[in-house]
Design a binder for this molecule. Structure first.
Ligand code: MG
Ligand code: MG
Length: 263
């Protein structure tokens, strides 16, 4: 059953999403060649707790950390390691936080140093897929419309759309109904209504859509080991229209500041 939210609940969810947005901003400040995923994880956990929030992934389904950090061919659910990030890596950072009982869940894929133009384009198109999905999140549309247009845009560029993992309803639990696939058929699925709150999260592969699990039973990688990108926003339907509860503003500000330092 889909749990539609009141305006009051949506405002709390906005605060939860903004905690995660600011956390990703802290990660953006710190991420560079030589930093380890575990160092980023520690920064994120400390920041979330400083906001009187709780890391949303830590312990969820027994996940051991605050962040899922998935590098290059890793699609999602990567466990942070001590292996330093390298020049040219793309690093998906997925973060959850619980604030006043509600979840925020939000992800950004960072390009570190000299990322090849081919992979930079994958990052750009995956962000476009997210924006296209958000634009479809309107009362009267159907859940299938979101996936249909995301898939169409990704496949237009020859990319693979992951089938095994999907976006989801969000609220007092991390994964609520409905599932929000990044593929599908126009006009199919549940009708989108006022108060719907979902996490939209295209996972787009440079090559094949096929994926497999690593031996840790968490990390998912592309079958052809080509890179994969992942961007996620939390979206509510307010006055019939998409209201994006999370923001990449803190990430963009941090990255712009860093570029300013380089030049
Ligand atoms: Mg997420
Ligand atoms: Mg999610």
């Amino acid at each position: 059953m889909i749990k539609y939210k009141t305006r009051e609940e949506i405002e709390i969810m906005r605060e939860a999403a903004q905690v995660v947005s600011r956390t990703l901003g802290k990660v953006a400040e710190a991420i560079e060649e030589g930093v380890t995923p575990l160092e980023l994880d520690a920064i994120a956990e400390a920041y979330i707790r400083s906001e009187n929030a709780i890391p949303g992934f830590l312990g969820l389904y027994d996940f051991p950390n605050t962040l899922c950090i998935s590098i290059n061919e890793q699609v999602v659910h990567g466990i942070p390691t001590n292996e330093p990030i390298k020049d040219g890596d793309i690093v998906s950072v997925d973060c959850g936080a619980i604030f006043e009982g509600y979840y925020g869940d939000h992800a950004y894929t960072f390009g570190v140093g000299n990322v090849s133009p081919e992979v930079q384009k994958l990052l750009k198109v995956t962000q476009e897929c997210l924006d296209i999905g958000i634009a479809q999140t309107r009362a009267g549309n159907r859940i299938g419309d979101i996936g249909f247009y995301i898939q169409q845009h990704a496949e237009k560029h020859g990319y693979g759309v992951v089938r095994e993992l999907v976006g989801h309803g969000l609220g007092t639990t991390m994964h609520e109904e409905p599932q929000v696939p990044n593929f599908g058929r126009r006009g199919r699925g549940k009708k989108i209504q006022e108060g719907l709150t979902i996490a939209i999260e295209p996972m787009i592969n440079l090559g094949t859509e096929r994926v497999k699990y690593l031996k840790d039973n968490w990390t998912i990688v592309t079958s052809d080991l080509k890179p994969s990108a992942h961007f996620e926003h939390d979206v509510a339907v307010v006055d019939g229209k998409p209201d994006v509860l999370s923001t990449f503003d803190f990430v963009h500000q941090a990255l712009a500041k860093k570029e300013g330092r380089v030049f």
